[in-house]
Write a protein that binds this ligand. Sequence first.
Ligand SMILES: [Zn+2]
Ligand SMILES: [Zn+2]
Ligand SMILES: [Zn+2]
Length: 268
Amino acid sequence: MTPEISQPQRFSRMTFLGTGTSTGIPVIGCCCSVCQSPDPRNKRLRSSILLETEDITVLVDSGPDLRMQALRAGINKVDAVLYTHGHMDHVVGFDELRAFCWDRDDPLPLYANPGCMEILKTMFAWAFADTNVYRGYVKPWPVVFEGPFNLGSLRVTPLPVIHGAVQTSGFLFERDGMKSLAYIPDVKQIPPQTMELIRGCDCLILDTLHFRNHPTHLSMDESLALIEQAGVSRAYLVHCSHEIDHEVLENILPATIRVAYDSLCLQL
Ligand SMILES: [Zn+2]
Ligand SMILES: [Zn+2]
Ligand SMILES: [Zn+2]
């Protein structure tokens, strides 16, 4: 009789660690109805997600709220960090990555586009220096991506997008050849080649700052038009400002488009 070999159960889970714009919501000192709202879905830490499968845990961005986000979500390991771009609200929690390095023998893989890696190396030069030899410090294994790469059972395709002057990438996550998730938290324009990559994806997470126009972020109308163009099954809006009240907006959106909120978890 052949002994039964137990296979680890397959799963893919995504958690919104934060869904707010660079200020976080509530905004310091603001008395508006959203900042004062008792609805927990109107409390937004800076945008970041965690992706977990049975074989790998991937953090996207390390913003200023990483410590609170990790405590709230009970994150006890991170195998790799992907960076979308080098703006403060996506990188400045870098030092909190120490929590995932105490027991690590190997350097922590950090994936970034060339522009973002340069910013990381400038801002956190101590971590990248040869003198960084003490156990427990963030010892990065920098990977500058130009095209798709594999992380465990995930296929990750960087999605170049336009977001002001800073080189910015979203990410497409595929598993078993299925386009499961595209994450684009900071964007003003999606170039045609990137639109082709996300077309037909199951779930798109997209920047929607507020209703008004903005030079480097999508407005509501722009975001809804891109979601339609992408032909995705469902979409979640993120990187929202305090001009968006969760319930008010959801009531006017189609059922397939939802406003993301902190700690929301999706099975993919
Ligand atoms: Zn941002
Ligand atoms: Zn406010
Ligand atoms: Zn940005």
